[in-house]
Write a protein that binds this ligand. Structure first.
Ligand SMILES: Cc1cc2nc3c(=O)[nH]c(=O)nc-3n(C[C@H](O)[C@H](O)[C@H](O)COP(=O)(O)OP(=O)(O)OC[C@H]3O[C@@H](n4cnc5c(N)ncnc54)[C@H](O)[C@@H]3O)c2cc1C
Length: 360
């Protein structure tokens, strides 16, 4: 491991790997420190939908669609297939109230230049025959899709390496030594490194790390549960809110939210039951398929829901990259990080995402 580096990125999930790649491509000297293997945190336990069409309000929706624009050429740019698939999305409608909020979403998306529509019951079943025939309808956007998060992270990491980044796995950041107002040394189980800039992309562990140096990150954890089916013939035509079928045929179910106060990723029967209940409500005809795997993941939810990006303000060389929905947003967020690092923009240009919005 290098003992000194211009930029040290902590974490190699979707955010850390995306940032490492983009900074290395921009000519920066980058070292990544990952406590486990690459893509072993929340990015390994995600549903991995590319679902920009439900991101509100307007600034957040724009950011999501900008990220999707970058995705269009990303497999080619990274030289790797990460099963990026635009399938169209269906969010099932069960109540009249959902129809009212869908109408507002349609207006917003129209303003952003994207089409979202409400499908009738018949149109929904025709598009996705496994859906419960009692559904009222669905919100549909043909531009949404999904990907394989392991392949995406691996693609970023390999491309970052080609641009000279050093990736250290099984290297846990244990301490951050601050002198004056900046981090002088990062202590890991494999020795220390002197950083120029430190970018904390440690997902759910970011709060604990930042606390060591007096930075309070206003985020809270939420647990999600996923179930994975056996390999099946093609059964889903779209990414349904709650299920996607992978390139190899497995269906990944799950989007249940459970607000929790710890960040452990234990699976328990109540969680599995909640995920199974959702399947039975939405796609009862899939009730007999075999489930071969289950997992939990911790979503990091910023208190105002928006990404927390860039300088921590309190420690000069400690920056943050903490967000949920990173599958959708990573391309746009890492582009912003590169622009901030290069001095091509400042945090006034990201009022909704800069940490300083929390400083009274
Ligand atoms: C069930 C579920 C479904 C989801 N579905 C979607 C979806 O459909 N679409 C979407 O866009 N988003 C979705 N998300 C959210 C998305 O998965 C996350 O936003 C994303 O994975 C976060 O990536 P990250 O890189 O910030 O964090 P992580 O993937 O958690 O990466 C952080 C990394 O930092 C490492 N690390 C932590 N502490 C240290 C340390 N001290 N030293 C060294 N390394 C350290 C960890 O080991 C980890 O690898 C979902 C999340 C869950 C849980």
């Amino acid at each position: 491991m290098k003992r000194e580096a211009e930029i040290v990125v902590i974490g190699s999930g979707i955010m850390g790997s995306s940032i490492a790649y983009n900074l290395a491509k921009a000519g920066k000297e980058v070292v990544v420190l990952e406590q486990n293997e690459i893509c072993s945190g929340t990015s390994s336990a995600t549903a991995a939908w590319l679902w920009p069409s439900d991101k509100t309000p307007e600034h957040y929706g724009r950011l999501a669609w900008h990220s999707m624009e970058i995705y269009k050429n990303l497999e080619e740019e990274l030289g790797a297939d990460f099963e990026y698939t635009i399938t169209g999305s269906l969010e099932l409608i069960w109540t009249e109230k959902q129809i009212e909020s869908a109408k507002k979403l349609i207006e917003l998306e129209e303003k952003l230049g994207h089409e979202v529509k409400i499908l009738t019951q018949d149109e929904t079943i025709k598009m996705e025959p496994v859906i419960n025939p009692n559904v009222l309808g669905a919100i549909y956007c043909e531009e949404d899709g999904n990907l394989n998060p392991f392949l995406l992270v691996n693609a970023y990491i390999q491309a970052a390496k080609r641009h000279g980044a050093e990736i250290n796995t099984n290297t846990k950041v244990q301490d951050l030594i601050v002198k004056g107002n900046s981090i002088k040394e990062i202590v890991t189980n494999k020795g220390s490194i002197k950083p120029g800039l430190v970018i904390c992309a440690a997902g759910m562990y970011s709060k604990e790390l930042a606390k060591k140096i007096g930075v309070d990150i206003p985020i809270h954890p939420e647990r999600g549960f996923c179930l994975v089916s056996e390999r099946l013939p093609k059964m889903l035509n779209t990414t349904v809110c709650g299920a996607r079928q992978t390139a190899s045929g497995n269906i990944v179910f799950g989007f249940v939210k459970d607000t929790v106060d710890s960040i452990d990723r234990k699976m328990y029967s109540r969680g599995m039951q909640m995920a199974a209940n959702d399947i039975m409500r939405d796609m009862p005809s899939l009730g007999d398929i075999n489930i071969i795997r289950s997992y939990t993941g911790i979503r990091v939810i910023p208190d105002d829901k928006f990404p927390i990006l860039g300088p921590s303000e309190i420690i000069d060389n400690f920056w943050l990259s903490v967000t949920h929905s990173a599958v959708v947003f990573n391309c746009a967020l890492s582009e912003i990080i590169v622009q901030l690092v290069n001095g091509e923009r400042d945090t006034d240009s990201i009022p909704y995402y800069a940490y300083k919005r929390f400083i009274k």
